[in-house]
Design a protein around this ligand. Structure first.
Ligand SMILES: C[S@@+](CC[C@H](N)C(=O)[O-])C[C@H]1O[C@@H](n2cnc3c(N)ncnc32)[C@H](O)[C@@H]1O
Length: 213
């Protein structure tokens, strides 16, 4: 099943259905209000690094690298990553590009002890990944999460997944990240159901972060 999903995404990128796009206003606002100050203030090792998980063709990773972050872009679709490689080369940007399933990527980070200043997840949900995201942040590091909720299907928005496995339940992110400091949370149910969260890792003891869930 995972293999067919991955092929489906590869085909969408090869067909040009998905590609390098405009930066989402949510990411720009989050950068202005929360990420930029963090880049200046947080001196923990790794605090200037960011991960765009399931970041597709890299429009967010490239823009964030341009803002001064040392960015990693991870996605399982090689055609998507090829678009990102070309864009980064054309802009003479250094981008760490990792091809792989999101769960493998985050568990590698957790295992290596390498911690990140922030993780961005935009329009992707694999519930097995969620608990890991808080654990791979430096103290003070930020999680930026934005994706569709179950309301999206109820509202009949033609965009977005139909499979409940890829749709957030109402308030689900707040529940999962209840030990983090919530800086921003919003759930829209106007024309589409989308939840967005910005949360900060406040735990300073890495050992506790390993075992708390
Ligand atoms: C809707 S796109 C979002 C891309 C980008 N984050 C954005 O906001 O435009 C979903 C992305 O998730 C990737 N993806 C889906 N399941 C994945 C998984 N299990 N591991 C890694 N990437 C995955 C797809 O290849 C695709 O690039």
């Amino acid at each position: 099943m995972a293999g067919s999903d991955q092929q489906h995404w590869n085909q969408r990128y090869l067909a040009g259905e998905f590609g390098f796009r405009e930066v989402d206003p949510f990411v720009m606002e989050a950068h202005k209000n929360y990420l930029q100050p963090l880049l200046r203030e947080n001196s923990s090792s790794g605090a200037d690094t960011g991960l765009d998980l399931a970041g597709g063709a890299g429009h967010h990773a490239v823009w964030l690298a341009q803002q001064g972050w040392r960015m990693t872009l991870a996605d399982w679709s090689e055609p998507a990553l090829e678009i990102a490689r070309e864009k980064a080369a054309a802009d003479r940007l250094t981008l760490d590009i990792q091809q792989g399933a999101a769960l493998d990527v985050v568990s590698r980070y957790a295992g290596s002890g390498h911690r990140l200043g922030f993780v961005l997840v935009s329009f992707f949900l694999d519930r097995a990944v969620l608990p890991w995201l808080a654990k791979i942040l430096v103290p003070g590091g930020l999680l930026l999460y934005r994706t569709y909720t179950e309301d999206n299907e109820r509202l009949g928005n033609p965009r977005g997944p139909r499979n409940p496995e890829h749709l957030l339940r109402s308030q689900e992110l707040l529940e999962i990240y209840r030990d983090m400091k919530i800086l921003h949370y919003n759930e829209t149910v106007l024309q589409k159901g989308v939840a967005e969260l910005i949360a900060q890792q406040t735990e300073t003891d890495p050992k506790k972060m390993e075992t708390d869930r």
